[in-house]
Design a protein around this ligand. Structure first.
Ligand SMILES: CC(C)(COP(=O)(O)OP(=O)(O)OC[C@H]1O[C@@H](n2cnc3c(N)ncnc32)[C@H](O)[C@@H]1OP(=O)(O)O)[C@@H](O)C(=O)NCCC(=O)NCCS
Length: 160
């Protein structure tokens, strides 16, 4: 499924169109997936419930990935828009494209982690979790994870 967004940008769920090198180049330097190996990232693309690419012409300028059982729950991850294309509403369009996708539009329970983009996700209906949500982090498998654990965030904050 393809969808045009303003001024020459296009969203596409075609997994084979993903520029895996470009996606890995961004994510391997992101705060949540720093150091993630290329083969691990390729596996995550292959195994995703949905991948959404944002393109300007042939160039990959944004991406996100959804993990889902297609029935009850979906987890949104690895959302980015490259610098130079930000501030145009493309991040919101990318996230909307994923959560409204026909394969996932019936899912009630969506989850994600974010360090500082709460305002963006609030605009598409995400809110702070209530007391029912719990997490478990295994400290040894961070590289393939979707975000750093709270303890790392705390360490980073205290070292600023
Ligand atoms: C997050 C990101 C995808 C947003 O992309 P974008 O195309 O600039 O987003 P949009 O133009 O659609 O912005 C929509 C809303 O997001 C929020 N937002 C965007 N950039 C923000 C920033 N730097 N700080 C705080 N809020 C921001 C705002 O609420 C904004 O609404 P507004 O324009 O009315 O203020 C992009 O900044 C990015 O790739 N950042 C680096 C990777 C990252 O942090 N990804 C998210 C991981 S959870």
């Amino acid at each position: 499924m393809r969808q045009r967004v303003h001024s020459g940008y296009e969203l596409d769920d075609d997994r084979s169109r993903i520029d895996r090198r470009a996606v890995h180049a961004f994510l391997s330097h992101s705060y949540w997936a720093a150091g993630r190996e290329r083969d691990v990232n390729d596996e995550l693309i292959e195994g995703a419930g949905l991948v959404a690419g944002l393109y300007r012409g042939a160039a990959q300028v944004g991406y996100c990935r959804v993990v889902s059982n297609y029935r009850t729950v979906a987890y949104l991850a690895d959302v980015f828009v490259l610098e130079g294309h930000r501030g145009l509403g493309l991040g919101i369009a990318l996230v909307r494209f994923a959560i409204d996708h026909s394969d996932l539009a019936h899912i009630r329970k969506w989850l994600l982690h974010t360090r500082d983009m709460h305002a963006l996700y609030a605009r598409v209906g995400f809110s702070e979790p209530d007391g029912r949500l719990m997490e478990r982090w295994r400290e040894t498998s961070l590289v393939a994870g979707t975000c750093e654990p709270p303890s790392t965030v705390a360490r980073e904050k205290s070292s600023r």
